[in-house]
Design a protein around this ligand. Structure first.
Ligand SMILES: C[S@@+](CC[C@H](N)C(=O)[O-])C[C@H]1O[C@@H](n2cnc3c(N)ncnc32)[C@H](O)[C@@H]1O
Length: 198
């Protein structure tokens, strides 16, 4: 499934200028903070990590799935990719300047989001930008097949911006901008750019 996912998503960014624009804004904000490490949490096959590196960021990736990490290491030789969970991030406090979670919080149940965002705040330097994308909506579903017809068992949670912003504020983030894209895989894609409060 990881190899199919890489094939199916490899060109997605080429087709979504809005996503490239927000990633470019994120990169500019990181560089304005003096640069430094950027972590792509739930990096999957590393397509966003690779894009961030093309934007001159010192980006590395973390993902729960060893198979996704294998493909990321194959596709982005020389780039750091670690196996790990965002529910228990082992990065040191204030060790990254920026953090991206691109369509990965969608797999985290409501009850664990606050804990994950607390980890995000802990590892980010004060003022560091946080970029999230997610599927907009109310329903959650259990995905049993996908990415080329492979069987899987993965929960996908759709959320509204208001809920995400409330969780972010409670975790110590200030939301700077948010938007809804209709171009993301023909579904509603939510994007939020926030910053770690001091
Ligand atoms: C829809 S994919 C998105 C991958 C990548 N960000 C992209 O945009 O191509 C979601 C990814 O989140 C990862 N994931 C799910 N739960 C995770 C967790 N608790 N910690 C880290 N990664 C997780 C999955 O393994 C998967 O690679």
């Amino acid at each position: 499934m990881a190899a199919s996912y890489a094939e199916l998503t490899r060109h997605l960014l080429d087709e979504t200028p809005e996503e490239r624009a927000v990633l470019a804004l994120f990169a500019e904000l990181v560089l304005a903070q003096g640069g430094g490490p950027v972590v792509d949490v739930g990096c999957g096959t590393g397509r966003i990590t690779g894009h961030l590196r093309k934007l001159d960021l010192d980006a590395f990736g973390i993902d729960l799935s060893p198979e996704m990490i294998d493909v990321a290491r194959r596709d982005q030789p020389g780039v750091r990719f670690d196996i790990g969970s965002m529910t228990d991030l082992t990065l040191a406090d204030a060790s990254v300047t920026g953090l991206v979670a691109w369509y990965s919080l969608i797999h985290i149940p409501d009850g664990a989001i606050s804990s994950v965002l607390t980890h995000f705040r802990r590892v980010l330097r004060p003022g560091g930008p946080l970029l999230l994308s997610f599927h907009v909506g109310d329903a959650s579903k259990l995905k049993t097949e996908g990415y080329g017809g492979h069987p899987m068992k993965v929960h996908v949670h759709r959320r509204q911006h208001d809920q995400m912003i409330e969780w972010l504020n409670e975790a110590g983030f200030a939301v700077e901008t948010h938007k809804t894209l209709t171009s993301a895989e023909s579904k509603l894609g939510g994007i939020i750019l926030a910053r770690r409060q001091p």
